[in-house]
Design a protein around this ligand. Structure first.
Ligand SMILES: Nc1nc2c(c(=O)[nH]1)N[C@H]1C(S)=C(S)[C@@H](COP(=O)(O)OP(=O)(O)OC[C@H]3O[C@@H](n4cnc5c(=O)[nH]c(N)nc54)[C@H](O)[C@@H]3O)O[C@H]1N2
Ligand SMILES: Nc1nc2c(c(=O)[nH]1)N[C@H]1C(S)=C(S)[C@@H](COP(=O)(O)OP(=O)(O)OC[C@H]3O[C@@H](n4cnc5c(=O)[nH]c(N)nc54)[C@H](O)[C@@H]3O)O[C@H]1N2
Ligand SMILES: [Mo]
Length: 765
């Protein structure tokens, strides 16, 4: 077992610190200094994540019913301030720069131009984006859409847009004629949507925030709360204080999971005495979670045998297993026959440590399993998730208070977008209901996932691409082949707040449509509007922006979707685009009609403190699976990576720094990992450095090693010693994306396997 207090070994001094505390306040002040000086910013932050307030657009963590005075974190504040910048990216800016020139700019510099202000159309003659009115944009886009086969168009969404906008976006795609509705989730938690759905019947987590007040242990896999969901650190800290034990599985020693100073707690801030979070921190190999959990399971079975042999009752939950599950015997047999030697090899962990984790599991009445991209972004990520569910089912840890599975979602409304119909999987959408509600026949055939859409862009079968937020060319794998393919598209349409690289890698026709950001006031014909979002716990909240918009010419995302729809679709009295735009409450009525069980009385309930719960069948122990039971499954592999390592072959983890939100880079530091000033680094442990003959500061290239004949490379990386398991290296997303093969994805869900990318190191002298 590794000791979270030890940050040194013989050769290297690793970064030591805690997340939260003054560091986080200082991190904020840095962004403040650059972006603040607009008096309303603090006021906006004060309203952030409060009932009746504005819901942060950074992560999907819960907004508690009794919020703190400042219910936001360093990174939530950064995201808000980033939206509220005073800088403007105006038509004059585009007049002075050709698109070819802007393609040479760094992503950071593009977003630093500030908020987009006017609808723009690409003009090939001058190679510039030129201003066009909204009407011209809508009719131009409609003409492009009418000119191609609807099946050749993709309607992508990044997980930020509200439930109201998302519902209408999905309706637009289906009324136009396709289910090509991939979403950022396809690169993120789609593994969850497929794998959890298969074995529990529910595609989302089964916990609520309150479960964290009652759990006895938390098994924590591959999620980094210090950076990606910092408000989660508060309930974790409270849980530890109650005596709850946290067992972390992560190849990287994330400071946020080891210790935490609460910036809301003045005494702790002054004394600087952090709460030690993890009871056991297990530096599993990338993809080694299946093996690690198998080890824990073996210990639990052993403890059960001991109990029974001693005449004591089973320590499993036999009546739960009997009544609620299928597949138990096959799974148990598999666990018995799996060798400890294989488990140790694939997990990179010692038997004794896994047994100690097994003892914690057995000693806890109520256990929560938490996870993030460390499980989902692997070739066998689905099996990792299902293995975790196996462990939970053994002692009935799903569907009881203080227990459950808790995927931590990414974008603030990514789960909600799926809930209200943004899905390429027609079987997940109530299409009959949509048909009767709106009087058109929605297509029934399968749509394209993000990976399918990229394949279609490459082979020319996709001709048009609409993007509701996001920065897809930066987020997807195989960038170096994707970018040229993108430019062969007939047309691209981007709804966005800031300029990014995707807008510059455009189709032959292209439109850039600037929208309001969530903190901004959205006034329509019936008055100021509110929107709603869903968090990781299936709670739904209203959000009301109050800031004056960045430009008078901006439209809301919803109004933009309606504008395109009106120009494109034949008149249908049931598709009331004008009425919906003038009053979003009418859209919520439609959502409530399509999904009555979850969204009844939507308009009345959306302001409930803490959000309203739309329910979850698995939470009630109703299993909407093929077998009608929760399913034990037998893993076919012990490691989730797709290509083996060893002998100079490495698995690359693509990581997020503390100074970024996905493809938006706020700065070059990664405070919680002690890295500053650069993102073009190769993180590698001193043992592997020695084996590779590398010294700190050497500049190297990473070369793809996936076994196909495509050359993939990222050069100019500075060797930086970092505490990682052997054979595993780290680098930053999105800089490393040229190394991820498009075909290297989770088998079941097609989520790109960005956490176990096969590479070799090449020395460039
Ligand atoms: N500030 C900020 N907040 C964000 C985001 C952001 O970029 N910045 N992004 C948002 C989005 S869209 C998402 S999806 C979430 C992402 O949040 P996370 O799910 O935390 O995603 P990552 O930071 O990519 O990586 C997760 C962790 O997995 C670990 N890991 C890597 N490989 C493995 C493995 O094989 N096994 C195990 N057990 N662990 C592994 C990594 O070391 C890392 O600590 O955050 C959201 N919130
Ligand atoms: N190698 C590697 N690749 C990854 C990942 C990884 O861990 N490793 N993570 C994956 C994950 S989890 C995800 S979710 C994807 C993210 O992929 P995306 O969701 O496509 O990317 P983002 O960076 O979140 O999108 C940022 C852009 O969204 C626009 N934007 C911001 N706010 C708004 C708004 O309110 N409205 C609108 N319309 N536009 C807005 C801005 O123009 C901004 O430039 O990347 C994936 N790619
Ligand atoms: Mo994500």
């Amino acid at each position: 077992m590794s000791d979270p207090n030890t940050d040194t070994d013989d050769e290297t001094v690793y970064y030591s610190g805690s997340s939260g505390g003054f560091g986080s306040v200082l991190g904020m002040a840095k962004v403040f200094a650059r972006e603040l000086s607009s008096p309303g910013t603090l006021d906006t932050l004060r309203r952030q994540n409060k009932p009746e307030g504005y819901m942060c657009s950074s992560c999907a963590w819960a907004k508690p019913p009794e919020p703190h005075a400042f219910e936001f974190c360093e990174n939530g504040a950064k995201a808000t301030i980033w939206d509220l910048t005073r800088d403007r990216c105006t038509p004059e800016f585009f007049a002075t720069h050709t698109v070819t020139e802007l393609r040479e700019w760094a992503d950071f510099d593009l977003e630093m131009q500030g908020r987009l202000t006017a609808p723009m159309r690409y003009d090939a003659a001058s190679d510039r984006y030129v201003e066009c009115g909204w009407d011209e944009a809508f009719t131009g886009i409609a003409a492009e859409l009418k000119g191609v086969d609807p099946k050749s168009v993709v309607f992508y969404a990044s997980g930020k847009a509200s439930l109201e906008t998302s519902y209408l976006y999905a309706l637009l795609a289906r009324a136009y004629g396709n289910n090509n509705l991939p979403d950022s989730s396809n690169m993120c938690h789609e593994t969850t949507s497929v794998a959890l759905k298969k074995v529990t019947g529910s595609p989302v987590g089964t916990c609520t925030l309150q479960d964290f007040d009652h759990c006895d242990a938390i098994f924590y896999f591959g999620q980094n709360p210090g950076t990606n969901s910092p408000r989660f650190l508060h309930p974790l800290q409270e849980a530890v204080k109650r005596g709850c034990k946290i067992i972390v599985f992560n190849p990287v020693k994330e400071v946020g999971l080891m210790r935490f100073i609460n910036p809301q707690n003045p005494i702790q801030m002054l004394s600087q005495k952090p709460t030690e979070l993890a009871h056991q921190y297990l530096q599993v190999r990338p993809g080694g979670d299946i093996a690690a959990i198998m080890g824990v399971v073996k210990r639990v079975l052993e403890r059960d045998d001991m109990a029974l042999a001693g005449g004591k009752p089973s320590i499993l939950d036999p009546s739960f297993i009997e009544q609620h599950t299928s597949g138990w015997e096959a799974f148990r047999d598999k666990a018995h026959e799996t060798d400890w030697a294989d488990i140790e090899e694939h997990s990179g962990l010692r038997r004794a440590d896994l047994e100690a984790a097994g003892d914690v599991y057995v000693g806890a009445e109520k256990v929560i399993a938490v996870y993030g991209m460390g499980l989902t972004q692997h070739v066998h990520g689905s099996q990792s998730i299902q293995m975790m569910v196996n462990l939970m089912l053994m002692r009935g840890n799903i569907g009881k208070k203080g227990a459950g599975v808790n995927p931590v979602r990414g974008h603030s409304n990514v789960q909600g977008q799926r809930t209200v119909g943004i899905s390429e999987k027609p079987e997940l959408v109530p299409l009959d209901k949509i048909q009767s509600q709106f009087g058109f026949d929605p297509p029934r055939d399968k749509g394209l996932t993000t990976v399918d859409a990229c394949d279609g862009i490459k082979d020319g079968s996709v001709q048009g691409f609409l993007s509701l937020g996001g920065n897809l060319v930066r987020a997807v794998p195989d960038r170096n082949t994707m970018e040229p393919a993108w430019q062969r598209l007939a047309f691209t349409v981007f709804v966005a707040t800031k300029l990014n690289r995707s807008h510059l890698i455009h189709g032959k026709a292209s439109y850039l449509l600037p929208c309001l950001a969530r903190p901004e006031e959205d006034v329509q014909a019936s008055g100021p509007q509110s929107v709603s979002i869903e968090d990781s716990f299936s709670h739904i909240y209203g959000s009301r922006g109050k800031r004056s918009p960045a430009a008078a010419t901006l439209k809301s995302e919803l109004a933009i979707i309606a504008g395109i729809a009106k120009a494109l679709l034949p008149v249908n009295p049931k598709l009331r685009w004008d009425a919906w735009t003038s009053d979003y409450a009418l859209v919520r009525d439609e959502i409530a009609e399509t999904y009555p069980e979850e969204f009844h009385d939507f308009n009345d309930r959306m302001w409930e403190a803490g959000g309203f719960y739309r329910g979850n069948s698995a939470h009630e122990r109703i299993w909407k699976t093929e077998s009608g039971k929760a399913e034990f499954t037998v893993p076919t592999v012990l490691s989730a990576v797709g290509v083996p390592g060893g002998n100079g072959r490495f698995h690359l983890i693509t990581m997020r720094s503390n100074d970024q939100f996905n493809t938006t880079i706020y700065g070059m530091d990664d405070r919680l990992r002690g890295i500053s000033g650069s993102r073009t680094v190769l993180l590698i442990n001193p043992r592997d450095m020695k084996l590779q003959g590398l010294n700190e500061g050497d500049v190297v290239a990473l070369v793809g090693d996936a076994g196909d004949d495509v050359h993939r490379e990222v050069a100019g990386l500075k060797v930086t010693p970092f505490d990682l398991p052997d054979g595993c290296i780290g680098g930053y997303y999105p800089e490393m994306n040229p190394l991820v093969p498009l075909w290297y994805h989770d088998k079941a869900s097609k989520t790109p396997a960005s956490k176990g990318v096969p590479v070799r190191i090449r020395r460039d002298m």
